[in-house]
Write a protein that binds this ligand. Structure first.
Ligand code: VGL
Ligand code: ZN
Length: 208
């Protein structure tokens, strides 16, 4: 069995100059590039919304940050972001994207959001990531990327719920932090669910 690095949504729209800015979101890129050589499997997720996605405030006549009920679950309204084939949906410049061995897209259903790289927020559709991991014999994942309090969190929670040994490399993640403690709360929730938190320096020191 083997391990994989999962890069969650390391995309321009989540960089500080993007449409859905994550403070310091670009600062994880050099950290991730240092981690990549230690993995045979480097899997990227991409937030990949059709124009007019139901999570966009502009579509619902709302303001970003408002919360609506979408098919029975509460949905935060976001600025338009990560529209398929747009610049904002591309990987952040400087990321060693040539090293990526597999890419998974999510958020493609126009009417359902998908924070996790595994399942949509209704848990109705799978992205195929769990099947891919099983095919490749991957039973241990290291999760990094953007944003700690949304897509990193739900990807890590789904990974551990699927029985994968799940690590989260904290300094290779950044959060949106609509409330200042959101990222801290997210790390706590991941740990409570059985994810193991580690820093890149400790991880790298163990790779001798
Ligand atoms: C994300 C909000 C909306 C994320 C994606 O990648 O964390 N957050 N879409
Ligand atoms: Zn999104």
């Amino acid at each position: 069995m083997s391990k994989a690095l999962i890069l969650v949504d390391v995309q321009n729209d989540f960089s500080p100059s993007g449409a859905l800015p994550v403070p310091q979101g670009d600062q994880i890129v050099p950290v991730i590039n240092q981690l990549i050589p230690h993995f045979e499997h480097v899997i990227a997720t991409k937030d990949w919304h059709p124009a007019g996605h139901a999570s966009f405030a502009s579509v619902q006549g709302k303001q970003p940050g408002d919360v609506i009920d979408l098919k029975g679950i509460s949905q935060i309204m976001w600025p338009d972001h990560c529209v398929q084939f747009s610049h904002g949906a591309e990987f952040i410049a400087g990321l060693n994207s040539e090293a990526i061995t597999h890419t998974v897209v999510k958020g493609t259903n126009p009417s359902i959001d998908s924070y996790s790289g595994f399942f949509d927020n209704q848990r109705l559709q799978s992205t195929g990531l769990s099947d891919y991991l099983a095919e490749q014999g991957i039973d241990e994942v290291y999760v990094v990327g953007l944003a700690t309090d949304y897509c990193v969190k739900f990807t890590a929670l789904d990974a551990v719920s699927l029985g994968l040994r799940t690590w989260v490399i904290k300094d290779a993640c950044r959060g949106v932090n609509i409330a200042p403690q959101d990222s801290d709360d997210a790390f706590q929730a991941m740990q409570d669910a059985g994810c193991e938190l580690i820093s890149s320096s400790v991880f790298l020191a163990q790779q001798m």
